[in-house]
Design a protein around this ligand. Structure first.
Ligand code: ADP
Ligand code: MG
Length: 253
């Protein structure tokens, strides 16, 4: 086929079309496609391919540990999770409004799964998103302190449209991380959205941050514009194991 056309398309950045030009033209002529439909399809496919590439890049940069969507979430297993609140969160209006979503509950009730579903929707809608666990936060704070780059780190965590902090409370924060956390929450207050997951109730956050006054100041800001999902239910993994016969089901009384 026309090498020159392929090269010009590539120069224009139309790489998807350039790499498939033979098939596209052959398909259009076999199907008697109108000029308008031909052009429309070519532009649309190029555009869709670019969007998919950008989304893949955003997902990679967001450091999501894995991808799970809300379609994989079984609401009937976890009735304490309000489907309506989940749907409202998935509109991502809370991100534009700089609000927060907090997911509380025991292990394996779907906190991380929901947080990742929200993050994926945000990424799909074009929001810059960053996922990190509390453990990674501690490690990054220590590294930045030793390198003298704490201010840069705080700015990096203050910038994304949405930041997800997973597993707050699985172990206490050291003083440095607790202070950095406070600064990030303060900087993001009312303009940068956050999603937090925790296995600890708010009353216990004093212990998590090693300081009741600091925990109160953090909670004041976090909870001002927020929705909390209080998940009370059984572990999903236990259910799967019971189903597989690894654990006997509880005896019926
Ligand atoms: P948590 O963060 O609360 O400890 P996770 O979100 O990591 O729990 O859930 C543990 C595992 O169980 C994950 O693989 C998750 O996808 C799955 N899971 C949890 N709850 C549900 C649910 N209601 N429907 C489908 N999968 C679930
Ligand atoms: Mg989790």
């Amino acid at each position: 086929m026309n090498k020159l056309l392929e090269e010009r398309l590539a120069l224009l950045g139309w790489h998807y079309t350039a790499s498939r030009i033979d098939d596209i033209v052959e398909n259009a002529s076999n199907n008697n496609v109108s000029y308008f439909d031909f052009l429309d399809t070519v532009v649309l496919r190029e555009w869709e391919n670019r969007e998919a590439g950008l989304l893949a890049k955003r997902i990679q940069r967001s450091k999501l540990p894995y991808t799970k969507t809300i379609h994989d979430f079984d609401f009937s297993f976890q009735p304490s999770v309000s489907e309506q609140r989940v749907k409202e969160t998935l509109t991502c209006r809370f991100i534009s409004n700089g609000e927060n979503r907090i997911l509380l509950g025991p292990p394996c009730v779907g906190k991380t799964h929901l947080a990742i579903s929200f993050a994926l929707e945000a990424l799909t809608q074009g929001f810059k998103t960053l996922f990190l666990t509390a453990e990674e936060m501690v490690a990054e704070c220590r590294k930045a302190e030793s390198k003298g780059t704490l201010t840069r780190l705080i700015n990096r965590w203050s910038r994304p449209d949405l930041i997800i902090l997973d597993e707050v409370g699985y172990f206490p924060f050291d003083e440095l991380t607790a202070n950095v956390f406070f600064q990030v929450v303060s900087k993001r207050y009312e303009h940068g959205a956050m999603i937090l997951t925790s296995n600890k109730s708010f009353i216990e956050w004093g212990k998590v941050f090693g300081d009741d006054v600091l925990a109160t100041a953090i909670l004041d800001r976090l909870l001002h514009h927020s929705v909390t999902f209080n998940i009370k239910g059984d572990s999903y993994r236990m259910k799967e194991k019971k189903k597989a016969g690894i654990f006997p089901a509880a005896p019926l009384n």
